[in-house]
Structures are given as structure tokens and as C-alpha cells.
Design a protein around this ligand. Structure first.
Ligand SMILES: NC(=O)c1ccc[n+]([C@@H]2O[C@H](COP(=O)([O-])OP(=O)(O)OC[C@H]3O[C@@H](n4cnc5c(N)ncnc54)[C@H](OP(=O)(O)O)[C@@H]3O)[C@@H](O)[C@H]2O)c1
Length: 308
């Protein structure tokens, strides 16, 4: 009986503390700020660009497909002709040397004050470890990890030199940056690397530049309805293969995820998981009962392959 009372009081205290913390959170609005988004030509990056443009942000949009970026810029400018026109840069980020050799990008970094960097560009895979060539592993890491680190370092140095306050770096990871699944070994590994890099950097900034209050925010979403899976198959020359994932019905719309990311930026959150309840359970299971987690995931993958 005493135990029951103690547990109930404990739960009430925890809930009150959480509610109090949520109520006391300070919001720093992003409206009118300068935001650089990588991978803005489709999916989540495009949705973020639309949402932030409506908040009158000065956007700098990066990707390889120039026609898509131009169409987006045109569409946004037509929507609100008086808002700052987005700047677009065509760049292949998978070669991180391209970042420093892009004179347009370097010029922008030199003369603009970037308030928020969103490292969103990413590629995935759909193949087992045996079927994934080292070239593909390399491509995934070059874009998902090395280019993110390169861009983060370049922009962070400017933020610190200019003594900017309350800036944000958002790193788009994935639920697979917290739990790996079969046939995504390198993708999951690259996103785990993003999580670890971000955690280290966050602590270093708190230690050395606390007064500037630069936030490192990691977003770990579950499936989103975008081109990511299809692009992965195309790159592996499996263009006609049907996607073997159960993400069709449960996937989030990019607009929903974009809105949640902007909320995380404004409320200066560190780590955001955007996933249904059972996927929170999976994270918990992986940590505290790994044998069970692995069994469930193997069975799930077999089921998905059988459905194909
Ligand atoms: N979709 C999901 O289920 C899901 C779930 C969790 C996390 N995420 C993460 O969300 C982020 C956005 O992905 P998405 O789902 O929106 O997929 P997407 O529609 O395929 O978008 C990927 C973006 O990355 C850009 N990109 C790809 N390779 C590039 C390169 N070499 N250089 C420059 N840009 C490049 C693409 O533009 P270009 O092809 O024009 O270059 C595109 O704009 C990724 O980091 C992904 O890992 C996605």
C-alpha cells in the first residue's frame, strides 16, 4: 500500500514537472530570419521551404536539381511577391570538396548572417550488407555525414565570429539513427553518426560558447511520404522494384513534419522524435531487451518481403 502511494506521488510529481517545463518554455520566433536548407528540391526540404517562406524567412535553398529549385522559387515569389525572394544554389553535396569550392555559397556565407542551418539533404538504401557495394556505402556517408559536418563547421565558425545569439543548427536524422533495421545498414549507421556528432557538438558549445546560446537540434522522424525510398532504388538500379516497406499508410506528410521541426527550432528543443507510439516502444525495447527487439525486427522484415 505504502509503495502504491509512493509510486502515485512520484508519478504526479513527474507529470507536474513536465507540464511546468512545457509552460515555462521560451519561444524565439523564426519569422524573418535567414535560413539555409539543404535538399530543398523535394520532400521534407521543400515542405520546410514553403512553411518558412510563409513566415517571411530569407531562404537559401541548396540541391542538385536546379529546375526544381527554380520552380519552387517562382511559385513562392508569385505567392508573396513582397517577401524576400529565395536564393538558390545548385550543388552536389555528396562531394564535400564542392562545398568549399562553390564561390556562390562561399560568397553567401561571407556576406549573409545565417540564423538557422537545416542539414536535410540525404539518401538512403534498400539492400543487405552483402548486396551493398562499398561505393554506395561511400556515397551515403559522403552526403549524410561528411557534407553535414563540413557545412556545419563552416557556418558555425561564422556564427561564433559574428557573436550571433540564439542561432540554430538542425540535423535531420531518422528513427533509424536510433534503431537500425535490416537492409538499411549504411543509412542507419550514417544517421547514428549524425546523432553522435550532434550530441558531442552540443556539449562542446555549452562548455565554450554558452553565452551565444547556439542550439543543436536533432530531428528523428519515422517514415515520411517523400521520394527517399524511390531514389534509393533508382541509385541501386532496381528502378522497377516495388518498395518493400509498410510506410504507405502510416507515413507522415512532409508538411506535418516541417511544422513540427519549426516548433522545435522556436522552442529550442535538442532532440525530437516524430514517430507513432509503437516506435517509441521499439527504441525502448532495443535498449533494454535487445534479443526480443532483434527477433521482432527479423520477423517483420520477412513479413514485408513476403508481401512483395
Ligand atoms: N522519407 C522518410 O521516410 C524519412 C524518414 C526519416 C528521415 N528522413 C530524412 O529526411 C531528409 C530528407 O529526405 P526526404 O525524405 O525529403 O527525401 P527526398 O524527397 O528524396 O529529398 C532528399 C533531398 O536531398 C537532396 N539531395 C540528394 N542527394 C544530394 C546531393 N548529392 N547533393 C545535394 N542534395 C542532394 C535531393 O535533391 P537533389 O536530388 O535535387 O539533389 C532532395 O532535395 C533526409 O535526410 C532523410 O534521411 C526521411
Amino acid at each position: 500500500m505504502i509503495w502504491l502511494i509512493a509510486v502515485s506521488i512520484g508519478c504526479c510529481c513527474c507529470c507536474s514537472l513536465i507540464v511546468l517545463r512545457l509552460l515555462c518554455r521560451k519561444r524565439i520566433k523564426i519569422d524573418g530570419k535567414t535560413v539555409l536548407i539543404t535538399g530543398a528540391s523535394s520532400g521534407l526540404g521543400e515542405a520546410l521551404a514553403r512553411y518558412l517562406f510563409n513566415k517571411q524567412c530569407q531562404l537559401i535553398l541548396l540541391a542538385r536539381r536546379l529546375d526544381r529549385l527554380e520552380n519552387l522559387r517562382q511559385e513562392l515569389s508569385n505567392l508573396h511577391p513582397t517577401y524576400p525572394k529565395p536564393k538558390i544554389i545548385q550543388i552536389d553535396l555528396s562531394n564535400y570538396e564542392h562545398i568549399t569550392s562553390s564561390s556562390i555559397l562561399m560568397n553567401i556565407l561571407e556576406h549573409e548572417t545565417i540564423d538557422c542551418l537545416i542539414n536535410n539533404a540525404g539518401i538512403s538504401q534498400r539492400s543487405s550488407v552483402f548486396d551493398t557495394s562499398i561505393d554506395i556505402v561511400n556515397d551515403i556517408f559522403r552526403l549524410n555525414y561528411f557534407s553535414l559536418v563540413t557545412l556545419t563547421k563552416l557556418i558555425l565558425i561564422k556564427m561564433i565570429e559574428k557573436k550571433q545569439k540564439n542561432s540554430t543548427i538542425v540535423n535531420i536524422s531518422s528513427l533509424q539513427g536510433l534503431i537500425a533495421v535490416p537492409d538499411r545498414s549504411s543509412y542507419s549507421a550514417s544517421k547514428h553518426a549524425v546523432q553522435a556528432f550532434s550530441d558531442s557538438l552540443r556539449m562542446e558549445l555549452k562548455e565554450q560558447y554558452a553565452e551565444q546560446n547556439i542550439n543543436i537540434c536533432v530531428i528523428s522522424p519515422s517514415y515520411i511520404r517523400t521520394e527517399l525510398g524511390q531514389q534509393a532504388l533508382n541509385r541501386m538500379n532496381n528502378k522497377n522494384e516495388k518498395l518493400i516497406e509498410d510506410n504507405k499508410s502510416s507515413a507522415y506528410e512532409p508538411d506535418y513534419v516541417a511544422k513540427r521541426i519549426v516548433k522545435a527550432i522556436e522552442y529550442r528543443e535538442n532532440d525530437v522524435i516524430i514517430a507513432p507510439f509503437q516506435q517509441y516502444l521499439a527504441i525502448w525495447l532495443r535498449r533494454f531487451w535487445p534479443e526480443r527487439f532483434f527477433k521482432i525486427m527479423v520477423a517483420r522484415n520477412k513479413r514485408l518481403k513476403a508481401k512483395k
